[in-house]
Design a protein around this ligand. Sequence first.
Ligand code: CTP
Length: 407
Amino acid sequence: MSEVRLDGVRVLLGVGGGIAAYKSADLVRRLRDAGAEVRVVMTQNATRFVGALTFQALSGNPVRTSLWDESAEAAMGHIELARWADQILIAPASADLLAQLAQGRAEDLLGTLVLATAAPVSVAPAMNQQMWAHPATQGNLEILRQRGVLVLGPGSGSQACGEVGEGRMLEPVELVGQLVAGHRPQVLAGLRVLVSAGPTFEDIDPVRFIGNRSSGRMGFAIAAAARDAGATVQLVAGPVGLATPAGVERIDVRSARQMRDAVIQRAAANDIFIAAAAVGDYRPEACAPHKLKKSGKPLALELIQNPDILAEVSALPDRPFLIGFAAETEDLERHARDKLQRKGLDLIAANQVGESQGFESSENALLLLWADGREQLAQADKATLARRLVEHIALRLQARAKAQSAP
Ligand code: CTP
């Protein structure tokens, strides 16, 4: 059972002309299941793919397909409709529709509504992969992004045209999830958040390295949750193959020292630093210039310690609010409290690793510890845990502000 999470939100769904329009019928149903009120506007081309009656039946509201419909205008004029919307979602957004929106053309009802609304606008592009990759399309998207339009997807996979690649409209369930995320309480509004995530790789020679089993998923989920809570997010990511959360600035690094430089450069400009990366504590003293050959004898690698990024940030004069992680196999609370103090953190998120828990699993549990308190976050998927952690960080920040303002 999904929670009802768009209760009372008025979603104006713009349906563009593309084969993915058939999925938008399911999207309407899911939006309503999530509690939203939905009105549908179709472009003329969209009506070639799906009948307006389908959307009318699913949304429970009349569907508009033209700017020049006198009876519809008499019932709810287009400006009124633009004001009615809390959110405009355009799905599917074809290449042509994106071009129209980028140019701000008001030649049809949907284009007019986008110009006339004060509501946030999201687009879910859907098109052939070549059309998606075309610089004209990418340029249009850039213009829209700069205007604050949220671009949802697209996904990649097999396409209706028989090709495989990027350009598939996100599934309705994902689109609803992203809209829901956009309506979360903005507990970190106006704050800047820096997140480190993933493992670090320390090169032994040109083909070998020392790494660890961190997937980076927790850090990426935290970056997305902080973004959803209204923060501006920078994500310093070790080598992982995860997609960058939309709207998050990502800085890719490989080694602990690269991660250190990337973090230190940005730390003081941020309000919060969340160190979710599993930084390699040691690295080979030097990376061999050529591939090491076996010699028939044991091979000893001399390892030297890496900088402790979190401790360095903690020592900065203008340091951000600091959250560290502690992955422990035993004595969780004692080791984590020790790290909290030793590294001068404001909060530490401790988790038990081993067997089926932690690094590679999709679920996790976190024990939050701070100077004079603790809270257990129950086992959940990483996105849920990340959201709870972000909410908790906001609470701790509030508590600190209150303590600082007390006489
Ligand atoms: N961390 C860091 N830089 C390092 C090592 C760790 O920023 N070189 C951060 C991690 O991102 C994490 C926390 O510090 O937030 C983990 O603390 P740490 O003491 O390094 O944990 P362990 O490596 O588990 O330490 P120990 O070996 O002492 O158990």
